[in-house]
Design a protein around this ligand. Structure first.
Ligand code: HEM
Length: 331
């Protein structure tokens, strides 16, 4: 596992410094929302590095942050000596790996193929609130405050499943909800036969809900979906690859428990008749909209033809998604 490494050069965002709101969830963790507070004095800001970022202000900010970070990292060996630095990073890496293994082990105890779809959906509903403009939302665990929102209906039970695992991990090593959900989503994909996705640890949790209305609605047409993803730093190709997550669950794209490229194959079989002949049962309006768009259709055809390419692109897009808007703990 690469890197938690992180030295800080930016101030905490206002969202992270706000007072937490009361939440009914989760019931079981001993210290449900305080786990990351002590780590978040000076978080490192991560940039999504979108391919077509017009927001020069944000970009410059990111680059100057990165530059300062590089300067810090490059001077550390002179301050501490190369051997101490090597020792330090080896220890950090080892502790990160141990925590990662622990989270995976506990997640696997509570996760079954039947629960995988809900857990993967949780990832999008936490991370998908990210907006580059204003650098708000993202993978920050704020979903725990947002479960009553209509778009999050049904997700309470998925979070409750993870709460048990989080309690076990917290008893040994405190973990943020953001890390927990990011790793659990990757495990959900993996146990259903999808790609193995490495997830970096060290995200901090927000202490308040994200702004409402940031997730794309299922009624959006392709231009609307593309714009929504673009605002999150995600390209059209990433929109199509990530939408392939709908291969899991009950929307009629092959087995609900198998992560494969049947989403794309079935999307090409317009008019999307289910085995019972009810076309309305297969897919969401947003899935159907992708086929109507030439650029999306090109990717749909590629992924329908080549599952390895889908797995590879899904993996990369997933990593980008779970790093979107994340604030990272310092060393
Ligand atoms: C492109 C925009 C998206 C829209 C409009 C959308 C919307 C929806 C809706 C309305 C459902 C049905 C929920 C229900 O049955 O109650 C759903 C299910 C699901 N979504 Fe999405 N979604 C989108 C993208 C994503 C992404 C990027 C992911 C993950 C990477 C994802 C993961 C899932 C999963 C796994 C399910 C199945 C959940 C289950 O059956 O329990 N979705 N989505």
């Amino acid at each position: 596992m690469a890197s938690l490494t992180i030295l800080s050069t930016t101030k905490p965002s206002s969202t992270l410094s706000s007072t937490p709101q009361e939440s009914k969830f989760p019931a079981k963790s001993q210290r449900p929302f305080s786990s990351t507070v002590k780590f978040r004095a000076t978080p490192f800001k991560v940039c999504a590095f979108p391919s077509n970022n017009n927001d020069n202000g944000a970009k410059d900010d990111c680059f100057s942050t990165r530059r300062s970070l590089l300067v810090c990292i490059s001077t550390l060996p002179f301050l501490f000596g190369f051997h101490e630095m090597e020792d330090l990073s080896a220890k950090a890496l080892q502790s990160d790996t141990n925590t990662y293994m622990l989270i995976r082990e506990e997640v696997r105890k509570v996760l079954s193929k039947g629960k995988a779809a809900g857990v993967l959906r949780l990832v999008f509903h936490d991370a998908g609130t990210f907006e580059m403009d204003g650098n708000s939302g993202g993978m920050n665990g704020s979903i725990v405050y947002e479960l009553e929102r209509p778009e999050n209906s049904g997700l309470k039970k998925s979070l409750k499943i993870l709460d048990k695992a989080k309690g076990e991990v917290d008893a040994i090593q405190q973990v943020s909800w953001a890390d927990m959900i990011a790793v659990a989503g990757a495990e959900a994909v993996s146990i259903c036969g999808g790609p193995t996705i490495p997830v970096q640890l060290g995200r901090l949790d927000s202490l308040e809900p994200d702004a409402e209305g940031q997730l794309p609605q299922e009624s959006l047409d392709a231009p609307g979906l593309k714009q929504s993803f673009e605002r999150k730093g995600l390209s059209t190709q990433e929109l199509v690859a990530l939408s392939g997550a709908h291969t899991l669950g009950s929307k009629g794209f092959g087995s609900p428990f198998v992560f494969d490229n049947s989403y794309y194959k079935i999307l090409l079989e317009k008019p999307w008749k289910s085995s019972g002949g009810m076309s309305s049962m297969v897919g969401l309006p947003s899935d159907h909209a992708l086929v109507e768009d030439d650029e999306c259709l090109r990717w749909i055809k590629k992924y329908a033809d080549n599952q390895n390419m889908f797995f590879d692109d899904f993996k990369k897009a997933y990593i980008k998604l779970v790093n979107s808007g994340a604030r990272w703990k310092s060393l």
